[in-house]
Ligand binder design. Structure first.
Ligand SMILES: [Zn+2]
Length: 225
């Protein structure tokens, strides 16, 4: 083949580019290609046959957890922030950057902590259990979460706190995770374990393990249709 002939060939468009929605919007959730054939639960995003919503516990906590989710995270089926919002009493989910989003709901009263290891963050601990605590948690990829911390007024103005060293993640649903990071649900579990007690942490880790197991079954096509 001559050089000229090669140049005239149409440029291949990668498959992932074609399959991507042009304008992902949390108002109209779109899912990866395989899910177009499989009806998914709108709440947990698992295939309906694997839906875990009816099995989720209700976890009583004093801390008010506010999950500030990146809008791109809102359309992924591997997100764990929405699980935390579903099981924790008093928790709220705020999707940031959605096209039709109005002003964010005012935060509940209390001392505001932002859980992200930004510069100047101190380690969260049992001493944070005193008084009313509002724990703001950015939810997205590492890069998205970092940007949220600087762009969201409430996250930026809250006192920055970080987890002590965390163990290896139990979350097996995303590749190329940044070394030493954990999923949003694990981060919340570890933080509430320190503030509220180990039983709260254990309950949340149980939810995560269930979600990971079901998600892996969904990927493998291991469910009744
Ligand atoms: Zn469900």
């Amino acid at each position: 083949m001559t050089r000229g002939a090669r140049l005239r060939l149409p440029r291949a468009v990668p498959a992932w580019y074609r399959s991507r929605p042009l304008d992902p919007s949390p108002a109209e959730p779109r899912h990866p290609m395989r899910s177009r054939r499989t009806p998914r639960c709108p709440a947990c995003h698992l295939p309906v046959a694997l839906c875990l919503c009816a099995e989720l516990p209700r976890v009583a906590v004093r801390t008010r957890v506010i999950i500030v989710m990146h809008r791109r995270e809102a359309i992924t089926s591997s997100n764990t922030g929405r699980l935390a919002a579903a099981v924790l009493e008093g928790a709220r989910l705020r999707v940031r950057g959605a096209v039709d989003a109005g002003p964010p709901e005012p935060l509940p009263p209390g001392r505001r902590l932002a859980l992200f290891p930004r510069e100047g963050a101190r380690v969260i601990g049992p001493e944070d259990a005193t008084g009313d605590v509002v724990l703001l948690v950015p939810d997205g990829t590492w890069g998205q979460a970092r940007r949220l911390v600087y762009r969201d007024d409430d996250l930026r103005e809250a006192e920055p706190v970080a987890l002590p060293a965390v163990g290896p993640t139990r979350y097996a649903l995303r590749r190329n995770r940044r070394e030493g990071t954990v999923s949003t649900l694990e981060a919340i579990a570890a933080a509430l374990g320190l503030i509220e007690g180990p039983e709260v942490e254990a309950a949340l880790i149980g939810v995560l393990d269930l979600f990971v197991a079901r998600s892996l079954r969904a990927r493998a096509g291991d469910f009744p249709r």
